[in-house]
Ligand binder design. Sequence first.
Ligand code: BF8
Ligand code: SF4
Length: 645
Amino acid sequence: MKTVSPNDFRKMSVQADAQAMLGRARDEGIETVWDRLAAQEPQCGYCAMGVSCRNCAMGPCRVDPFGEGPQKGVCGADADVIVARNLGRTIAAGASSHSDHGRDILEVFYRTALGQTTGYRITDEEKLKRLAGEFGIAVDGRPIAEIARELAETLMEDFGTRRERIGFVARAPEKRRALWERLGITPRGIDRENVEMLHRTHMGVDNDYVNILLHGLRTGLSDGWGGSMIATELSDVLFGTPSPRMSQVNLGTLKADHVNVALHGHNPLLSDVVVQAAQDPELVALAKEKGAAGINLVGLCCTGNELLMRRGVPMAGNHLMQELVIMTGALEAMVVDYQCIMPSVTDVARCFHTQVISTSDKAKFPGATHIPFDPEHGLEVGKEIVRRAVEAYANRNPARVRIPVEPVPMMAGFSVEAIVGALGGTPQPLIDAIADGRIRGAVGVVGCNNPKIPQDYGHITLTRRLIEHDVLVAVTGCAAVANGKAGQMVPEAAAMAGPGLSAVCRALGIPPVLHFGSCVDNTRILVLASALANALGVDISQLPLAGAAPEWYSEKAVAIGAYVVASGIYTVLGVQPPIFGSKNVVKLLADGLDGVVGARFAVEPDPEKAAVLILRHIEAKRKALGLPYVEPETIQVEGRVPVTA
Ligand code: BF8
Ligand code: SF4
């Protein structure tokens, strides 16, 4: 194995816990995602530019973006078509992932309404009734289970072909809905848009890159206003609508004297019953019998965010921590559901006593123990999983336990309901603060880690610059974990913000960086943006808002980008998407879209420069709305505090 210096660790991650574990990986020869990235370099330039195609057996083909080699694939597709088709399929894969997660929640919700599950109940009856009201379902005098059943059946139709538009589209401002209608991109059935995208991108179907990309937006919208929104809303009904709570974050959340169980993936269905099971007196007694002080649950990635938002379960880390958490030697079990779970976790687990337990029949991991999730016996399955973890404690080698840091406090739980509640029942105080300029605007900083970027550097730096300039930041997914670890998500972090934002945060007792939840919970940002737009009688695209995904890696992030921009929010990406082989596609996404949906993409790997782009955009929107503004072109960002490891 090649020599890695501590200096190299700083290029891999800005976080102390990650750097410590990278040291262990080097010392013990344990392979990580960073080693595998290095082994892949140089990565294929054609693929990086999006100009390779293997959609049929006349290929694989590639076209030369520099004009020297072939300009067309065997079928005649040029760079524009190939890039657009690839991007369309990426959006469909991401939207399908979120939406299949949404469907899984919907099915358990339905079966809970029918009384066919254990470990689940309708927790937020008020929210259930509000949702039913949105769909015209009668609520007065009806039993909760009956309302839930009818709502479930109605939402199932949103996946199918009978609807001309999915139900939650009605939440979008009228101007936005009219625009989608004019463009022919109002999302219909969720499955329909995704299947149609796969159809269109088959050889010899849609050969017009603009037409493919428009359907890409529609496919994205079926995720944001469909599959993901269903996942968020029904998770709230089943498990409770999040409200602000304090918890902790980083590898220091593992406890040396406890049985430690990490819950990893995205779907809260299984992990929520594991939380219940871990409180079972018999299992706690068993843990003590084995010599542990108790059972300690921690979260990873978005399953972790779901549990943090609703139950205050501490968060061990984001995407690039999943291998490193095992290297603490203190993890008895990693329980996984699906999405963003590297197949390599079972390899790392083999170096320790950690059991990897897979739980979804659609996501199996060779080397893991499979205990299938079954909502009929939810709690029993949860207990079986916790029991295995407790038993694995006997195999722990205390000499190998290394928990490198102390945990950092963080606040989470900002559902739209909680925010509006904190504001006194109406978004008006937020609108007033934006209108008078105390808060310049709001930005969603979302998405993943990517080993091509020092872990968390993009998230932390961009967020810090934005709050320093009085921009309220909403975070989800791995971006939330990054900011939590940097201490930017406690009420005291108001001190890091500019004077206007700081005063608002202090008055409300909230941090300047608000945890909105998991990646499917980006829909909460759409809901809040719609509420602001509706209150002002404008479209979302007129508001001083932006989105950013500084370290994105996944297909889901691309789907999110598509629906955020199609909803009218300017979005800056920190990692280059594979589109640069087509000048036309780049021109459309980075410029032309503005004239179509009132928003566009930008790519800026340097978070300091991304902050400038976003601040300028926000001031330009303020100017157009007639609000007090700073001349956009004059904005320069001098970080008040350098963001370093
Ligand atoms: O859905 S932010 S790495 S964990 S894809 Fe994955 Fe990206 Fe993290 Fe959550 Ni979202
Ligand atoms: Fe090549 Fe066309 Fe087949 Fe793609 S669809 S692999 S470009 S022949």
